[in-house]
Design a binder for this molecule. Sequence first.
Ligand code: NAP
Length: 260
Amino acid sequence: MKNYYRDKLAWVFGGSQGIGLAIGEELLKQGCRVRLWARRADLLQSEAGRLGAQWTAVDVSDYAATEAAVAEALQKDGTPQFVFNCAGLALPGYLLDVSAAELATMSQVNYLGTAYVCKAVLPALVQQRGGHIVNVSSLGGVMGLFGYTGYCGSKYAVMGFSEALRREVAGYGIRVSALCPPNTRTPGLDQENLRKPPEVLAQEEKVQVLEASVVARYLLKALPRNPFTVIPSLDGRLAHLLARWAPGILNRILERPPAK
Ligand SMILES: NC(=O)c1ccc[n+]([C@@H]2O[C@H](COP(=O)([O-])OP(=O)(O)OC[C@H]3O[C@@H](n4cnc5c(N)ncnc54)[C@H](OP(=O)(O)O)[C@@H]3O)[C@@H](O)[C@H]2O)c1
């Protein structure tokens, strides 16, 4: 990994806190130029100022705004070598309780936000004949998790989109990977914990929570090999193998009768 990121340019969407911010911090440590993107300008300004990064406020679920902000940043920065799509949220709960608006929000931010950023940056990457797009999915993007119907739907969509895009743009020298983190200590996870069904909380007592910096370092170390799926925990990699090769065993582990 030595010097792999040095003097390159990375754009980190969802970069003002959590996993995105940790990726931005790690890239800066490795000599990469970084632009952080998110909605809240005040948080972006303070974090980017602290780290010495550039920043742009944008809502990635709004395609017109994203396309315009990307065009402006291309003028200022030139074309990035790395694009990280970390904007996203989880609103867990039984489908009986999750509202239609909450289902739409997860799809709009997690899936469409990712697809919109890819679409907005792709012409510049094609012209550059290279670049690496990393879309953040989840372990919930490779296996159906109890209490996460809407979230898993949106993250499976990220996986399908990313796999198809990887095939579509390989000929231009552009790489596409999908990061599937397990539970990671972030402000987003704090919010998610407030609404997890009891079965999920009980099951998670045994599950390790990773630090965002660990996820960021694992990802950046993996990218030079151009893997498609990046899963930063051993538990997660084992569960992914079970999901592919022994789904019956995984079903017995993950299925839980509803509590009410
Ligand atoms: N933490 C975990 O345990 C975990 C596990 C698996 C997967 N993930 C995935 O990893 C990604 C990052 O999660 P996290 O836990 O780091 O979340 P987080 O702490 O809530 O950070 C989310 C970041 O995305 C930005 N963002 C949210 N909605 C946005 C929008 N519509 N447009 C632009 N920016 C937006 C937020 O800033 P603003 O609010 O200011 O926009 C913030 O910078 C998400 O896709 C999440 O689903 C997380």
